[in-house]
Design a protein around this ligand. Structure first.
Ligand SMILES: Cc1cc2nc3c(=O)[nH]c(=O)nc-3n(C[C@H](O)[C@H](O)[C@H](O)COP(=O)(O)O)c2cc1C
Length: 157
């Protein structure tokens, strides 16, 4: 059975919940999945594949997610890995494309061979944001991305 690590950088929990949903979706497809805060991962050599996600704050990934990349870059290069950012909140019409993903980090991940990077809507409880746009996480979009990843992995005993 393929072993998969889902790991994340999250300040207020929204990204952690996305990571949990990805992990659950992969488990439902028969994969052996651990879901761990990026700051708590000690080794990744036991995993066949990795999914890394981070919240974006002021156009940057969380420090623990950036440190994960630097710490495990050699191992990441040797296995399939996928990445997501959790960011945009507020009225989607006002999204600034330049703020949706941290460009430098994503370019670094591309150099390491990331299979795909996606940006999921985020969540903020700020009262300055209209209530209907405070949680833009689309669970079906997240599950569907995870199912696509699961489909590309062998599920053998
Ligand atoms: C101070 C602040 C700065 C933010 N900066 C960005 C940003 O640059 N780009 C973006 O897409 N989202 C930005 N966001 C939205 C967060 O990334 C979003 O709320 C995310 O889902 C929070 O994840 P977490 O709960 O896991 O920490 C910002 C939010 C706050 C409060």
């Amino acid at each position: 059975m393929s072993r998969v690590l889902v790991t994340f950088g999250s300040k207020h929990g929204a990204t952690a919940e996305i990571a949990e949903m990805v992990a659950e979706t992969l488990r439902a497809r028969g994969l052996d999945v651990d879901c761990v805060d990026a700051g708590d991962v000690e080794r990744i050599d036991g995993y066949d594949a990795v999914i890394l996600g981070s919240a974006v704050y002021m156009r940057r990934w969380r420090r623990e997610a950036r440190q994960f990349i630097h710490h495990f870059s050699a191992e990441l290069e040797q296995r399939p890995f996928w990445v997501f950012s959790s960011g945009p909140v507020g009225d989607p019409k006002k999204d600034n494309p330049a703020w949706l993903e941290p460009g430098r980090t994503i370019r670094e991940l591309e150099r390491l061979g990331v299979r795909e990077h996606v940006v999921f809507g985020g969540r903020s409880t700020s009262s300055g944001i209209p209530a209907q746009f405070r949680d833009r996480r689309d669970w079906e979009e997240i599950r569907s991305w995870a199912r696509k990843i699961a489909a590309s992995m062998p599920v053998t005993a």
